[in-house]
Design a protein around this ligand. Structure first.
Ligand SMILES: Nc1ncnc2c1ncn2[C@@H]1O[C@H](COP(=O)(O)OP(=O)(O)OP(=O)(O)O)[C@@H](O)[C@H]1O
Length: 649
């Protein structure tokens, strides 16, 4: 033991046992020393080596933080890049003080391991004594534990700076730590590190919040105009009905209380319309219109992030007072213009809302089946609950059962250790959209029938079923009765699903093509922030004359590309990537669409599809883009024709 270590032990002993006066400036540390002796029974005269957990136990701790670790990792790598040259390493512990991730210089591996700056090290105060992590876990605030502030004499060469990380419910989740084996003696040398650790802790919390609520609307408020999109201090996540479902630490502080379950418009004293308008331009577009005054005081700039994954659905209709522009997720009324067949279909659809009737939507690929399903959900009393879309053709047969029904821990080889909630259970109280239902394997049709008739789902490996309350909208581009006759689709399931059938016409047959072209053009232009963009008359005529084998999806692709290519904000006929009207090929749908039309050319189609995929080096998304169909359609045809990419060696 060095003389410095024995002097340190004397000092800790006298302060921790109350024989010497504690220094008020170091009260946080001295309080911890006293805790170590009195509560944890640690003895400063007996320094203990670092405790490193075996790999299996570390994995168990990591699994508890599975998703959080990904966001944290990105932050850790970034901070490490900034401090590595100065001799620091970065570690992350869970709320028990166990190191679940770590980045350090591999050349110092042995020393770092000995010092406990390593994966699996236990930094809880109860074992390690006063230290950056352990004491931060108790104090729940950023801190530095510098050299002789450590309790244990083996740690007095270290300097550790930490910050706590909280999840969106305010629960302490992890500690971010930046440590060095050696540093200047002056404590002030760690000042900048402390700022850095606090900033990165905030960024990791923000990333985790944005990930957790990526299916919801997120309102960000910040005091620095121009930074609000990336660094708004206050974040509130809310659903389509305007109810707050998540709030970060900044929001809890600014609103002085727990805003969960409250209406965002009431919290901010703003009508819902004004909140939706924030999303239409962002802070940079309309600086003054988006200033928000919080009831607790303070003026903030605001920005609104739209949901980024398919969870929540279209908003309730205008009657509820939550009307939003039609260009985001069209409510039922905005799905069609003055096409009589479509108007009849929409009137029928509106009558089906909240009647407990399962709906089957038929229509060619890209004709808007999912959009209609979302609008049905959005117009229903389930609008604030999840809309879960499942593409039965895109999920491999081997996975579809576990994806749909979920599984209990250990019941599924290759499954997650914690088990998984199935998509059916995720849609509880909301809507389950079963796209390409005709591709569902027979065995699963039987299980799905049971869910629909008994309102219960039984996850793989579970002993008892769980009740679910779901509205089901199924969709198909096929003629299900034919599949029933061919013995490929259960008749009883067919009758269960088609409580009502809504048949979407192909785009070429719709009389509201002009309305759709203009609405979609405006939507795409707004998304590209080129709201002054124009569609020339010649371009409009060309679009009206095209046959649209890929329907609305093809139209969207063509408009998006034209907007990107047009030189001066005006889309001309030449900007449209469409075959010339005289070109005979214009009338010939691509192979996939042709096979779907049931023209009996399956075999030729299979060869063409294989050649197309080979040309795109088996990049399905690119092949789909060329055909103007979605990826799922290409996968479905690959599956049907037994086309598989070559095995990689
Ligand atoms: N009424 C509409 N207004 C604006 N855009 C629409 C409308 N209907 C569909 N679209 C657009 O067309 C594209 C295809 O729509 P959707 O995914 O609903 O079609 P689908 O019939 O479900 O396709 P698939 O059969 O390939 O699953 C999407 O980009 C969607 O935004």
């Amino acid at each position: 033991m060095t003389s410095l270590q024995s002097r340190h032990i004397d000092n800790v002993y006298s302060i921790a046992t109350g024989t010497a006066l504690a220094d008020p400036a170091a009260s946080l540390v001295h309080k911890s020393w006293a805790r170590c002796v009195r509560e944890h029974g640690l003895d400063p005269t007996r320094p203990s080596p670092a405790r490193i957990l075996p790999a299996q136990e570390v994995r168990a701790h990591q699994q508890q933080l599975e998703h959080f670790l990904r966001a944290a990792r990105a932050g850790m790598e970034d901070i490490y890049r900034r401090v590595a040259d100065l001799g620091y390493m970065v570690l992350l512990t869970d709320a028990e003080g166990i190191t679940v991730d770590y980045i350090g210089n591999p050349a110092w591996d042995d020393q770092l391991r000995k010092a406990g700056l390593y994966l699996g090290a236990d930094w809880n105060e109860a074992h390690a004594g006063t230290c950056g992590v352990g004491t931060c876990l108790v104090e729940r605030q950023p801190m530095t534990c510098h050299q002789t502030e450590h309790f244990d004499a083996t740690h007095i060469a270290l300097t550790c700076t930490t910050a706590p990380l909280f999840d969106h419910s305010g629960k302490l989740t992890a500690i971010l730590d930046v440590s060095a084996l050696r540093s200047p003696e002056a404590r002030e040398s760690q000042h900048l590190v402390r700022h850095l650790v606090s900033i990165y802790a905030r960024m990791i919390e923000d990333a985790d919040f944005l990930r957790s609520f990526r299916g919801h609307w997120i309102l960000r408020l910040g005091t620095a105009y121009g930074l609000v999109d990336v660094a708004g201090e206050v974040m509130l996540a809310f659903d389509e009905g305007g109810t707050v479902v998540g709030a970060n630490g900044g929001a809890r502080q600014a609103l002085a209380g727990n805003p969960l379950g409250r209406e965002v418009s009431q919290l901010l004293h703003m009508p819902m319309d004004a909140i939706w308008r924030i999303g239409s331009g962002g802070a940079s577009a309309m600086p003054f219109a988006h200033t928000v005054l919080l009831p607790g005081g303070g003026e903030y700039h605001a920005s609104l992030l739209a949901p980024r994954v398919r969870r929540a659905a279209a908003p309730a209709a205008a009657a509820s007072g939550n009307a939003r522009p039609c260009d985001r997720l069209p409510p039922l009324e905005c799905i069609a213009g003055n096409d009589p067949a479509m108007q009849k279909l929409l009137a029928q659809a509106r009558r089906l809302v909240d009647r407990g009737i399962h709906v089957l939507v038929e229509g060619e690929t890209g004709s808007g089946k999912e959009v209609l399903a979302r609008a049905l959900h959005g117009a229903s009393s389930r609008a604030a609950m999840p809309f879960v879309a499942v593409n039965c053709a895109a999920i491999p047969d081997s996975l579809i059962e576990s994806e749909l029904f979920g599984y209990t821990p250990g019941s599924f080889t290759g499954g997650r250790a914690k088990g998984m909630k199935g998509l059916i259970a995720q849609a509880d109280h909301g809507t389950l959209f079963l796209d390409e239902i005709g591709d569902m394997p027979m065995a699963l049709q039987t299980r799905l029938l049971r869910v629909l008739s008994e309102g219960e789902v039984l996850p793989l490996g579970a002993e008892s079923p769980q009740r679910v309350d779901i509205a089901v909208v199924a969709a198909t581009h096929r003629h299900l009765p034919e599949l029933v006759t061919a013995g490929r689709f259960r008749e009883d399931l067919y009758y269960r699903l088609c409580g009502a059938v809504l048949k979407l016409p192909p785009l070429r047959e719709r009389g509201d093509r002009r309305y759709l072209i203009e609405a979609m053009f405006n939507e795409e232009a707004a998304a590209m922030r080129s709201s002054a963009a124009r569609l020339s008359d010649a371009a409009l005529q060309r679009l009206l004359a095209h046959a649209w084998p890929g329907n609305l999806r093809e139209l969207r692709n063509v408009l998006r590309l034209a907007l990107a290519l047009c030189a001066d904000g005006t889309v001309s006929a030449e900007d449209l990537q469409l075959p010339a009207p005289s070109d005979a090929a214009a009338a010939v749908p691509p192979p996939v669409a042709r096979a779907e039309a049931g023209d009996g050319s399956d075999l030729a189609s299979a060869d063409e599809l294989r050649a197309l995929l080979q040309r795109h080096r088996w990049h399905v998304a690119r092949a789909a883009a060329e055909l103007g169909v979605c990826r799922a359609t290409v996968y479905r045809h690959m599956k049907r024709h037994g086309i598989a990419p070559p095995q990689r060696m």
